[in-house]
Ligand binder design. Structure first.
Ligand SMILES: *Cc1c(COP(=O)(O)O)cnc(C)c1O
Length: 389
């Protein structure tokens, strides 16, 4: 074998579909075009000041310069438990049912290593955040795709999953509010997932990264609010989107004690926890005044209204989402996800994410991230209108 021939797990990675867009983006940029990037799901707003101040103080304390505990500082895990109680009415035992993560992506990617054996099936939605499938792949598991279709409100159709697949599966991943479709789920859907998971002995992994980004007074639920969920579910949360802290790398898992213990066992053999100063900043975020979160939602809501109204006026078809900071837009007649994204970029310098990049069932859509200021959104709409779709 050639020395640097990649391991099978890397060779099995899905093709990186944004390569062509990345290449075109560089090319268009080199032409001197003013690019408006509506592609990245990374908040443009800064981390709130009180969180930065807490970090500054914590970083000066030598006690925080040493290895942190593997499962997270007690103070951080208690802050998470109190936040859950406050926000969702869910009681958690901080030391058994909460785990600090180096961002929720880290926890999601490592979770299958704890519970998935070679060849085991994992139920994975599509279109989706790629990490559910990739974490499964790295653990030697096999993803069974649950397509998210518009006619089902972008919820997986559990009845369409063959019985023999479901009974060989170990884990089901779900994510609401959803990236990339911006769909939301109600408690009735979560109850159906609980019943399904109980029937087939599955662990439910709920990615709840966007529960705090919501509009028009809508308040997304935690999966753990459903009766019986604590026996079967681990929920992944992140401070990244809620407090504009994507660069800080802090998130947490909450839920069933055995699921938390398994993930903790994997992590204690791979990483050595989250920098304590960052956890102190996390405590300041979770325990502090939540006005910053409400303000953030107002900003995204205004951007959403501007962009949705503008796109509709330009002839596009889309729903006004209740949560997340994405718009999931149907491509007009005569286009594919890729050809539409290419035309927007080449003719108008607009970067959007083609839906098929999140999995085949995303074909026919593109995703817009509301991570640009209102004036840039207005500029983008002007350019789209001028293109006459
Ligand atoms: C942004 C995002 C995350 C969070 O990632 P972090 O690692 O916590 O920064 C998780 N899931 C989805 C669907 C996301 O979009």
């Amino acid at each position: 074998m050639e020395r640097y021939e990649k391991a099978e797990r890397l060779r099995k990675l899905p093709p990186y579909l944004f390569k062509e867009i990345d290449r075109k983006k560089a090319e268009v940029k080199a032409r001197g075009v003013d690019i408006i990037d509506l592609g990245v799901g990374d908040p443009d707003l800064p981390t709130p000041t009180h969180i930065i101040e807490a970090m500054k103080k914590a970083v000066e304390d030598p006690l925080n310069h040493r290895y942190p505990s593997y499962s997270g500082m007690e103070g951080f895990r208690e802050a998470v438990a109190d936040w859950y109680k406050d926000r969702f009415g869910v009681s958690l035992e901080p030391l058994k049912e909460v785990l600090s993560l180096i961002g929720s992506k880290e926890g999601i990617a490592h979770f299958p290593l704890a519970f998935v054996n070679m060849g085991d099936i994992v139920l994975v939605p599509s279109p989706a955040y790629p990490v559910y499938h990739i974490g499964t792949l790295f653990a030697g598991g096999q993803s069974y795709v649950m397509p998210l279709r518009e006619e089902n409100g972008f919820l997986p159709d559990l009845d369409a999953i063959p019985k023999d697949i479901a009974s060989r599966a170990r884990v089901i991943f779900i994510n609401y509010p959803n990236n990339p479709t911006a769909a939301v789920a109600d408690l009735e859907f979560f109850e159906r997932v609980v019943a399904f998971a109980k029937k087939y002995g599955l662990i439910v992994c709920h990615d709840a990264a966007y529960t705090e980004t919501s509009f028009d007074g809508f308040r997304p639920s935690s999966f753990l609010e459903v009766k019986g969920a604590r026996q079967i579910c681990i929920e992944f949360h992140s401070l990244s989107k809620t407090y504009n802290m994507t660069g800080w790398r802090i998130g947490f898992a909450a839920g069933n004690a055995s699921a938390i213990e398994g993930l903790g066992a994997v992590k204690s053999n791979i990483d050595s926890g989250v920098f304590q100063a960052v956890q102190m900043a996390g405590i300041a975020a979770l325990r502090g005044d939540q006005t910053c979160v409400r303000d953030m939602c107002k900003i995204y809501q205004a951007r959403r209204d501007l962009m949705v109204d503008g796109l509709r006026a330009a002839g596009f078809r889309l729903e006004k989402p209740k949560a997340s900071f994405y718009l999931w837009v149907k491509v007009p007649e005569g286009y594919t996800s890729t050809s539409l994204a290419a035309r927007l970029l080449e003719e108008s310098g607009l970067v959007v994410t083609p839906g098929n990049g999140f999995g085949d069932p995303g074909e026919g859509y593109f995703r817009i991230a509301l991570t640009q200021k209102e004036e840039r959104i207005k500029e983008a709409i002007g350019r789209i209108k001028a293109m006459a779709f």
